[in-house]
Design a protein around this ligand. Sequence first.
Ligand SMILES: *[C@@H]1O[C@H](CO)[C@@H](O)[C@H](O)[C@H]1NC(C)=O
Ligand SMILES: *[C@@H]1O[C@H](CO)[C@@H](O)[C@H](O)[C@H]1NC(C)=O
Ligand SMILES: *[C@@H]1O[C@H](CO)[C@@H](O)[C@H](O)[C@H]1NC(C)=O
Ligand SMILES: *[C@@H]1O[C@H](CO)[C@@H](O)[C@H](O)[C@H]1NC(C)=O
Ligand SMILES: *[C@H]1O[C@@H](CO)[C@H](O)[C@@H](O)[C@@H]1NC(C)=O
Length: 582
Amino acid sequence: MAAAPLIVSLLCCAALAVHASHVVYPELQSLEAKEVGQELRTGYHFQPPKHWINDPNGPMYYKGLYHLFYQYNPKGAVWGNIIWAHSVSTDLIDWVALEPGIYPSKPFDINGCWSGSATILPNGVPVIMYTGIDPNERQVQNVAYPANLSDPFLRKWVKPDYNPIINPDRGINASAFRDPTTAWYGPDGHWRLVVGSKENMRGIAVLYRSRDFRRWIRAHHSLHAGFTGMWECPDFFPVAVAGGRRHHQSGVDTAELRDSTVAAEVKYVLKVSLDATRYEYYTIGWYDHSKDRYTPDLAFPDNDYGLRYDYGDFYASKSFYDPVKKRRVLWGWANESDTVPDDRQKGWAGIQAIPRKIFLSRGGRQLIQWPVEEIKSLRAKHVNVSDKAVKGGEYFKVGGFKSVQSDVEAAFMIKNLEKAEKFDMAWRTDAQGLCKKLNSHVKGGVGPFGLWLLASDDLKERTAVFFRVFKKNDTSYVVLMCNDPTRSSFESQIYRPTFAGFVNIDIAKTKKIALRTLIDHSVVESFGAGGKTCILTRVYPKKAVGDNAHLFVFNNGESDIKLTNLRAWEMKTPTMNKRLGQ
Ligand SMILES: *[C@@H]1O[C@H](CO)[C@@H](O)[C@H](O)[C@H]1NC(C)=O
Ligand SMILES: *[C@@H]1O[C@H](CO)[C@@H](O)[C@H](O)[C@H]1NC(C)=O
Ligand SMILES: *[C@@H]1O[C@H](CO)[C@@H](O)[C@H](O)[C@H]1NC(C)=O
Ligand SMILES: *[C@@H]1O[C@H](CO)[C@@H](O)[C@H](O)[C@H]1NC(C)=O
Ligand SMILES: *[C@H]1O[C@@H](CO)[C@H](O)[C@@H](O)[C@@H]1NC(C)=O
């Protein structure tokens, strides 16, 4: 946000306002893209042919198809004119674009159709709840039903005239009341859902109950609240615990919570997107069905330095239960890091991260995320490197394949931890600050080691994804995973923050750490230690594009490391949002 006034002055005279936390450029909202810049567009990350996208909405599976709706500006490459665009897929890889699912047409949504969720009713009927902006600019919650249940594409949605079904009454701020969750059904036969809100600096998950999905009554207390500012896009769902009857990696459908034996073998996740920081945080905890209260486990910081799905550019995420593969799948939006004039020029802005399977770790201390297995079907030509020592200060190029659109899996072995730098406990809550201070160019003891990618041959342009190991005391170590895009391009206007998170592994015991990175022209999406720590960044190389983008392995620490194994695949380009019949 800090750069916004500058951007505006560059554009000359655009009026600046902040609306639902998106910087608003009224003059640009309806300027259609004439040409679409292809160079940095993604190959296999979800993206429409042009214009602005943000939050994923109402993901679901229905009659053989995965549905993804998303916030979309049909008229321009900046936020505005928001509707629910709609795409379907049989495999989460190839996508077909349909006509918009939900768009302003009634008084209760005439000024905008904002984010929301889908719920599959017990009779199999999918229903969408979304935030509409009414004629008084109030945020209200509406319901929409499919016009034709026999149509697996769910092309047409009917918005009953009894909308809005939830109003911002009884002291709720009508400008801070949005993004209803998927509903869940309690043992008492009542539906529940939460809507994100705030009261001064207190973020709130406002709880509602309903018998019939039409008349909703606000509960006397919220599901949960915290002093972290507006809570956007809440997501609340059960996860299986290890040792239960189902495998801990299996998903749990919120609909199953009616069954008390299922409810006894799960924990719950509450994720909120913090408008104040533009990052997301989650806690794992316990939900009392009779009192309708969620209590995070004490082990988890319930604030804005707690656990994050992704320590990079990833926001407004939403999960859904996939009944085909019995897993929970997570979608999240990544915005651009270039400037608004850049977006205008390229004619597009925003992508969705690769859908991730999400589940509770075996020990129950965090969630694990992993790209859905289907994306392996895009893997083409590959290269292998194995058992290669990388001495302190050395690096080498991984040649023989095109890395600009690729999937890289690497495993590093650390023989000796003696030289690890001392960890200052003050860094405990500031991985990002630590990575900024000790970036990939700052020599270390054990690390920084990892990948330089989207790198030009002369290495002038490069993005680093790496690990660095610190010593806490004689027996305990801290592993930092970091993404350093400070040299990703020469363009000075581009937002290039170092992003980082700690990795919860006992490196003294494992001596090994794995990294998987999905590279896609302007996307770098990394999964550390099998999905314990994830970081997505957007970069805009000028030289390291197409066949001139290279991959290197580097070690800028004193200690030698070994690359035990690296496999890197070129990725094919799936069908991405072609119109049906085109
Ligand atoms: C409903 O969808 C089915 C399947 O696509 C189609 O055959 C039927 O004609 C549709 N009905 C109406 C009323 O549009
Ligand atoms: C309601 O929320 C809006 C948007 O965040 C804020 O500008 C306004 O001050 C809030 N109003 C009150 C009464 O808190
Ligand atoms: C790479 O290693 C894998 C696993 O060992 C092997 O199956 C594959 O054939 C190797 N590929 C090449 C190109 O050597
Ligand atoms: C080292 O730190 C770990 C984790 O904080 C702690 O459990 C352990 O007791 C410490 N060991 C010593 C020798 O201080
Ligand atoms: C994405 O863009 C950057 C650069 O403009 C902003 O700093 C972020 O706040 C923004 N992220 C979101 C989630 O809007």
